[in-house]
Ligand binder design. Structure first.
Ligand SMILES: Nc1ncnc2c1ncn2[C@@H]1O[C@H](COP(=O)(O)OP(=O)(O)OP(=O)(O)O)[C@@H](O)[C@H]1O
Ligand SMILES: [Mg+2]
Length: 243
């Protein structure tokens, strides 16, 4: 059997925004198929920029981004990735159900299939009572849940969650992680950013630390604790960012 290509391969990724801001510099990263991977770093480190490159939302200045061996800009790659963005961007004229069904449509699902799948997502994310409510009438946490539901709607092979638990209540956070873990157990690759280091420590098999647009370390949580001579990932983080 041929070896499956990595879920994600970044080679020499560099992004300078039009105003001259250098957000990411010669960034190399490989995330294997089926990984649960955490991308950690302070505000402005370049995490969302990396993700935006993977999801073909920005034009990269230099470098290559491959998703399961295909260029990020290709149609296949785009269909394989599901993104829950850090900024909640929902169409304000759509209801919860329409948001999900339309998204399914963009990714080639037939209407009946999309309606069934939307129903599953609505139940998983506990939005049943809001099925026919337009998105501006949702609470902040409910919008975040809908964003996650939408990202998963088309059954992506690579799920990218940019600060997924910001604003989500305690109970749902636990449920959300159990669901993401089930997806991971079923073979889905998960790429996550979070500022909740305990969450990353518990969930991620591998972690990359990024600062100033550069990769500064990449290992398992155990490996990072060892190499930074630290008791917790939070200690690792403090040491790595101070270095
Ligand atoms: N559209 C843009 N134009 C110019 N500069 C930008 C743009 N988007 C991001 N940046 C800059 O790029 C750098 C990296 O930002 P990015 O959003 O990737 O960081 P981040 O690691 O996701 O941070 P956070 O934890 O705050 O979400 C920052 O200096 C930011 O100001
Ligand atoms: Mg960000």
């Amino acid at each position: 059997m041929p070896l499956s290509p990595p879920a994600l391969e970044l080679r020499g990724l560099t992004k300078r925004y039009d105003d001259g801001t250098s957000a990411v510099e010669s960034f190399d990263l490989t995330v294997h198929d089926g990984a649960f991977f955490g991308l950690l770093g302070p505000n402005g480190a370049g995490k969302t920029t990396v993700i935006s490159a993977v999801c073909n939302l920005i034009r990269v200045t230099a470098g290559e981004v491959l998703v399961f061996g295909r260029p990020a800009a290709s149609l296949e790659a785009r269909g394989w990735v599901g993104l829950a963005e850090q900024d909640i961007n929902l169409d304000r004229f759509l209801t919860v159900e329409e948001t999900l069904v339309y998204h399914g449509g963009y990714f080639g699902m037939g209407r009946d299939e999309a309606v069934v799948r939307a129903g599953e997502m609505i139940d998983i994310f506990d939005l049943r009572a809001k099925t026919r409510v337009r998105t501006p009438k949702l609470s902040g946490g409910m919008r975040r849940r809908l964003l996650l539901a939408r990202a998963l709607m088309h059954r992506p092979r690579l799920v990218i969650l940019d600060e997924p638990t910001a604003g989500v209540d305690f109970e749902l956070r636990g449920e959300l992680w159990r669901y993401i873990e089930r997806l991971h157990d079923a073979g889905t690759t998960i790429l996550l950013t979070t500022h909740y280091l305990e969450e990353a420590e518990e969930l991620c098999e591998e972690i990359a630390l990024i600062r100033g647009g550069r990769l500064i370390a990449r290992d398992t949580a155990d490996g990072l604790r060892e190499s930074y001579d630290a008791d917790t990932l939070a200690d690792v983080y403090v040491k790595a960012m101070a270095a």
